[in-house]
Design a protein around this ligand. Structure first.
Ligand SMILES: [Zn+2]
Length: 130
């Protein structure tokens, strides 16, 4: 039952998602899929569309960030360089807004480059294969 407290219901499609995967959109709490749908940012990941996870994992270093914007690369490289960072840390170090960061992380997560990880109650953004 304890797990249920970490789930929220997407107000758009109704699926239950972990709290840290939900996005605030105006008054609504929505899941990542609906968020990306709304913002149509998924297209940023098209270069990755044809690759399977396995292929992505076999790619290393610079090649892994091919097709990303400079900002996305900076975020990705920051996180990889220290094997995970909180959103607060990233916002501070890269001097971007929390909203902008959340947008970028959503894209990077969709590209399977990053993911959220709960460390003692603090959500870190970590490399996807961490
Ligand atoms: Zn949804």
């Amino acid at each position: 039952m304890a797990d249920e407290t970490n789930l929220v219901k997407c107000e758009n499609c109704g699926q239950e998602v972990p709290k840290e995967d939900a996005f605030h959109e105006g008054d609504q709490l929505i899941c990542e899929e609906c968020y990306l749908d709304k913002h149509q940012k998924i297209k940023a990941c098209d270069p990755w569309g044809v690759h399977s996870k396995k292929v992505l994992r076999e790619r290393a270093g610079q090649e892994g960030t091919e097709g990303l914007t400079d900002l996305q690369k900076r975020i990705y490289e920051l996180i990889v360089s220290r094997n995970g960072a909180t959103q607060t840390e990233i916002v501070r170090e890269l001097e971007i807004s929390p909203n902008e960061l959340q947008n970028q992380i959503a894209i990077l997560r969709h590209c399977e480059l990053l993911k959220g990880q709960n460390r003692d109650g603090v959500v870190y953004v970590v490399p996807f294969d961490a």
